[in-house]
Design a protein around this ligand. Structure first.
Ligand SMILES: *[C@@H]1O[C@H](CO)[C@@H](O)[C@H](O)[C@H]1NC(C)=O
Ligand SMILES: *[C@@H]1O[C@H](CO)[C@@H](O)[C@H](O)[C@H]1NC(C)=O
Ligand SMILES: *[C@@H]1O[C@H](CO)[C@@H](O)[C@H](O)[C@H]1NC(C)=O
Length: 279
């Protein structure tokens, strides 16, 4: 394994070395490149970068790539050395075999809502008199969207709730009639009779649904950001029961308005009654 790796690195080294002769300074000062890309939380995001298109055919003693955000260095690789920011540990890489041939794209696996933002890539090149120069290659704006879905089940059925990423740590629930959020699941919880976490997949199964399970489920990550929102309806379809249930499910806002207008009517009646009395 070790020798394979070494040989592999030697190959990359040679590729970077063979790439050419001189840094074209006109290319280095050309207008900034800016791209926008959008992914869903939990997907593998690829932040494009092509150093040959910026540097042309250049002599690079080693491929030295940096990916940075305005506040932090995310990833850096020079020769066999590698560095990853702690919050990206095990999630970022630039494939070595591609780097040598000019592809410096950063792969962020299991992309998080909190990863969204601006990323810039640089190649560090050896200039004249062994001066090192950082050459801007590519700016990328990364957008990460949360998941939104709607599920409808009959009572007694099971619901599968996708967690989307292993960084999802909590599920909260707001019942149809409620304004409160309550905890449904936390990572590390044991399976219960009604709630099961899949052994391998990032998904929960809520078993034998009841009408009281109806409402909104939110999957939250370690930072408390919403990874997914699922609106669940539990209803017996094609029965007269359905109509009754529908009538019961008056959204709280509407119900409040109704009772206040009833109160208003009462008040008006009461006042007019009094007015009559005084006449
Ligand atoms: C660069 O590599 C990434 C994966 O690492 C790939 O998705 C992308 O298509 C490659 N770009 C080019 C121009 O080959
Ligand atoms: C989960 O179950 C194990 C074994 O039954 C028990 O030791 C542990 O305390 C439980 N953990 C929680 C969070 O309930
Ligand atoms: C909502 O409230 C009504 C009346 O209080 C109740 O009959 C119904 O079962 C509740 N629905 C849910 C989903 O909890």
């Amino acid at each position: 394994m070790e020798t394979v790796n070494r040989r592999h690195w030697f190959f990359i080294f040679i590729q970077c070395l063979q790439a050419g002769t001189l840094v074209d300074s006109s290319l280095l000062s050309s207008a900034t490149h800016q791209l926008s890309i959008t992914y869903m939380a939990g997907q593998e995001a690829i932040l494009p970068c092509s150093w040959k298109s910026r540097l042309g055919e250049v002599a690079l003693p080693t491929c030295h790539i940096q990916w940075v955000t305005p506040v932090d260095t995310v990833f850096e690789q020079w020769g066999e050395e590698k560095w990853q920011a702690p919050e990206f540990e095990g999630r970022v890489r630039v494939p070595e075999e591609k780097l040598g041939s000019g592809n410096c794209s950063l792969i962020i696996s299991d992309v998080q809502i909190g990863d969204a933002g601006r990323y810039d890539s640089f190649m560090v090149v050896q200039g004249a008199r062994s001066k090192r120069t950082r050459v801007f290659i590519q700016g990328v704006s990364l957008f990460v969207n949360d998941h939104k879905s709607y599920q409808s089940h009959r009572p007694g059925e099971d619901m599968v709730l996708q967690l989307h990423t292993r960084h999802s740590v909590r599920v909260v629930f707001q019942g149809r009639n409620s304004s409160e959020w309550s905890d449904v699941w936390m990572r590390g919880d044991n399976n219960s009779q009604r709630l099961e976490k899949h052994l391998l997949h990032e998904q929960l199964t809520l078993k034998r649904l009841k009408p009281s399970d109806e409402g909104i489920y939110k999957v939250l990550d370690e930072e408390g950001l919403s990874v997914s929102t699922v609106q669940l309806t539990v209803e017996e379809r094609f029965t007269s029961h359905r109509v009754e249930e529908r009538l019961e499910y008056v959204p709280t806002g509407v119900a409040a308005k109704r009772s206040s207008s009833a109160l208003h009517t009462m008040l008006v009646l009461l006042l007019s009654f009094r007015a009559l009395h005084f006449l």
